[in-house]
Ligand binder design. Structure first.
Ligand code: PGA
Length: 256
């Protein structure tokens, strides 16, 4: 199967940014700027939890997917502050970020929790973006591939072949996130190739060819085209630049 059979996928991770009015305005502008590209590129936006409903209304039937930045794996109960998959489904969320580096390294989520969250998301029928990536210290120590394979393997534990159709991987080197330091395209392509090989080992060459792997880490309107020219890179997970509808639209066009 040729790599071109993978539809590109660009996500906008708003993190803990916007307020209610600016979230709705940004969503509105993204619909206007990107609405015409959804046939050629899957597009998702990941607003903060409190604005999911309002942003969801703004997205309406425009085929831009509503995404959540996190979720908890238990269905309900005494889990103060947490949000369940059913709550996300109620708001028409379609896709959930799992194991983002800020949750791994700031909130200190471990591999087991990340795996439980991914399984809960898939069992609920939602799609997921599982994020993996090495820190600068790990890269300098030559541990990049080992870290990515290990995060991938533990994250995907007990995920079935069938469920893999709803899983996207985001390779996000921690040192490139929010720093303006984008990975060299060769380094990103090499990490993507290792991740794809690892999916092939865990599942099959066919599943590996079908699974989309996004690059994330300081993607912007200027550097996106060069990165996306790499056949291993199937789009991007975009933080800072997704807060600007014009830049986000340019990144989507680069992915197409
Ligand atoms: P950034 O964030 O584009 O601001 O580097 C990417 C991400 O965290 O997904």
């Amino acid at each position: 199967m040729s790599t071109t059979s993978r539809k590109p996928f660009v996500g906008g991770n708003w993190k803990m940014n916007t307020d209610l009015a600016s979230a709705v305005e940004l969503a509105d502008n993204i619909v206007a700027a990107c609405g015409q590209f959804t046939e050629k590129c899957d597009i998702a936006i990941f607003p903060p939890f409190p604005y999911l409903q309002a942003v969801g209304h703004t997205l309406g039937n425009h085929n831009i997917l509503l995404g959540a930045q996190d979720v908890y794996f238990q269905p309900n109960g005494a889990y103060t502050g947490e949000v369940s998959t059913q709550m996300l489904l109620d708001l028409n969320v379609k896709v959930v970020l799992i194991g983002h580096s800020e949750r791994r390294h700031v909130i200190l989520e471990g591999d087991d929790l990340i795996n439980s969250k991914l399984l809960a998301v898939l069992e609920a029928g939602l799609s997921a973006v599982l994020c993996v990536g090495e820190t600068l210290a790990q890269r300098d120590a030559g541990e990049t591939d080992q870290v990515n394979v290990s995060q991938l393997t533990s994250g995907l534990r007990n995920v079935t072949e069938k469920q893999m159709q709803r899983v996207t991987i985001a390779y996000e080197p921690v040192w490139a996130i929010g720093t303006g330091k984008v990975a060299k395209k060769e380094d990103a392509a090499s990490a993507h190739a290792v991740i794809r090989q690892s999916i092939s080992d865990l599942y099959s060459p066919n599943i590996a060819q079908q699974t989309r792997i996004q690059y994330g880490g300081s993607v912007n309107a200027k550097n996106a085209s060069e990165l996306f020219l790499e056949s291993q890179i199937d789009g991007g997970l975009v933080g800072g630049a997704s807060l600007d509808s014009g830049q986000f639209a340019a990144i989507v066009q680069a992915a197409i």
